[in-house]
Design a protein around this ligand. Structure first.
Ligand code: NAP
Length: 403
């Protein structure tokens, strides 16, 4: 295929270095558009070619089970633009292929606050709106002004505003109606300006203080999240800057999560389930220690109707089985840490061959070397079965499993 650009079509291309699980699989065809125009050019060819297509960003949220028999497109478009609004805010646009954490570091280095809690999340900027990445009390969707995308079938470009993106807990229109139908081209964030004591225009130095402009209270840094609060206390910081928050988040995440360069993984394998308050109360009666946090976005998971380990009373936990007098649903939902459920089922640190459950964070499945995608899928299946059997809660995969 000739794209009449610098793009090159490869055949039988190794994907091991392009997925953080380190799955040693191949793409029948491979192409890497390096800018927005190349993505659009590719879309024009795309509807003429009848091949399955897999789009990859950072490859950090995907489990490749087999060789891919179609075309793999790695989005590598780079570039950051910004415009000041004149009201203490800035609209910053990142091309889809920007490495997310580099982008966060760049923004903080420029004195723009908002994204600091989302430090060290793997992947690209283009992936951020898709699952509405979130961490330590902040979701990307709150800060997104608009997303520009292209429809795969027609090559038509379109723009969605924040409300049109329909962000929910780790969810958006890109995972629903637009799933497999659109590619994110760029994302624009509305961030708050901070004045630097130690300006370094394009480099994050992690240590300087920032003075809020127009004022720290207007910026509303989020430091209430338990782990983050404790880390800042341990660092001896009472009045943190965005750079301090970034440092704290980097410290927590580095301690808790494996570095994919050293140990294959795709971060959290399962989503934290969201359940209704009736189901949560029923669960608490049986397991008083179960943690739960009010969920302000996202709808309750379906817990299914199968029988659980603890018999009748446990069956009543299953969402579809909670009867009127057993449940006092008020329409409020609760997030339950999937890691807690998995640990209670005894999986923490489990290893079978080269597939395992990370000892410091049981939400993360790891490839110790030569695990196959199938082995990881089987392990995930066993884990979710045991969580359902014990708690009546269905764990959903956060990672995209490509069979
Ligand atoms: P964690 O802090 O142990 O939290 C586990 C669960 O408890 C999550 O559902 C979390 O909600 C909730 N939670 C804990 N403290 C909370 C509080 N003060 N207020 C509200 N909810 C609270 O989770 P972790 O696994 O170590 O991960 C740390 C952070 O990274 C979490 O925020 C997690 O969501 C985030 N993360 C995001 C992604 C992603 O975007 N793809 C992947 C991995 C981890 P939240 O999930 O709403 O925080």
């Amino acid at each position: 295929m000739n794209f009449s650009t610098d793009m090159h079509l490869d055949q039988n291309y190794p994907l091991k270095a392009l997925n953080t699980f380190g799955m040693d699989v191949y793409a029948r065809y491979f192409v890497e558009p390096g800018c927005r125009d190349e993505i659009l050019t590719l879309m024009n060819y795309r509807h003429m070619v009848r091949l399955p297509v897999l789009f990859l960003g950072g490859g950090s949220n995907v489990l490749l089970v087999n060789d891919f028999g179609g075309l793999v497109v790695k989005i590598s478009s780079k570039g950051i633009d910004y415009r000041e609004t004149g009201t203490g805010e800035v609209l910053v646009t990142a091309q889809a292929g920007e490495i997310w954490d580099d982008f966060v570091g760049y923004c903080i280095g420029q004195g723009w606050a908002g994204l600091e809690n989302l430090s060290l999340i793997p992947g690209t900027a283009g992936a951020a709106p898709i699952q509405n990445i979130g961490a330590y009390g902040v979701e990307a969707g709150e800060l997104i002004e608009r997303v520009s995308a292209v429809e795969i079938k027609t090559g038509r470009e379109f723009i969605l505003t924040r409300s049109e993106c329909r962000f929910g807990y780790r969810d958006s229109i890109f995972k629903q109606e637009l799933r497999d139908r659109a590619i994110v081209l760029d994302v624009t964030f509305r961030l708050a300006k901070f004045r630097h004591n130690n300006p370094s225009p394009d480099k994050y130095d992690g240590g300087h203080d920032c003075v809020a402009d127009p004022g720290p209270s207007a910026v509303k840094l989020r430091v209430d999240y338990g782990d983050l609060k404790r880390e800042l206390q341990a660092m001896g910081i009472a009045d943190p800057s965005p750079a301090n928050i970034r440092d704290a988040v980097v410290r927590i995440r580095s301690r808790k999560l494996p570095d994919p360069a050293l140990l294959g993984n795709a971060g959290s394998f399962f989503r934290n389930p969201v359940i209704s308050d009736g189901v949560y109360e029923a669960l608490r009666k049986m397991y008083p220690a179960v943690p739960g946090y009010p969920a302000f976005s996202g709808s309750a998971s379906h817990s299914g109707e199968r029988t659980t380990e603890s018999g009748k009373s446990a069956v009543s936990i299953a969402e579809n089985s909670v009867s009127e007098n057993e449940s006092s649903d008020s329409g409020r939902n609760y997030k339950i840490p999937a890691a807690w459920l998995i640990e209670q089922c005894g999986w923490k640190g489990y290893r079978c061959g080269d597939a395992g459950v990370y000892p410091n964070q049981p939400l993360v499945l790891v490839n110790y070397g030569k695990a196959s995608g199938r082995e990881i899928v089987d392990l995930a299946h066993q884990i979710s079965e045991s969580v359902f059997t014990k708690f009546g809660i269905v764990l959903e995969s956060e990672v995209n499993v490509i069979e």
